[in-house]
Structure formats: structure tokens, C-alpha cells
Write a protein of this length. Structure first.
Length: 56
């Protein structure tokens, strides 16, 4: 992960009409994610957890 200090852990995002959401740029930068990367989406009781996935 990036070594910079990250202060904002929550950002409100809107679901598009196609059902997609965008991961905010600062989150992608912190997680070292880029276009074409995979993420795993985990359903919790009242939350979705998005985790960076490594495909070999």
C-alpha cells in the first residue's frame, strides 16, 4: 500500500442507472489500483466490502 497518511475513510458515491459505482481516485491511489485490476466484492449484513484481488 502507499505510504502516505490517509485521513478520509468514507466518501458518499452514487450508484449509476447501470448499477455501477466508481471507486474514488484517492482510494484507488492509496490501494495502488488501476484500470483493469480486479476487486472482490463481499456482501455483509448492511455493507459491501471491496477488496483488491490478485489474479495469477
Amino acid at each position: 500500500m502507499a505510504s502516505e497518511n490517509y485521513e478520509h475513510h468514507e466518501i458518499l458515491v452514487k450508484i449509476s442507472s447501470a448499477g455501477t459505482i466508481s471507486i474514488p481516485k484517492q482510494f484507488r491511489k492509496y490501494m495502488e489500483m488501476q484500470k483493469g485490476d480486479y476487486v472482490k466484492v463481499i456482501l455483509g449484513r448492511d455493507r459491501l466490502i471491496v477488496r483488491k484481488a490478485m489474479i495469477s
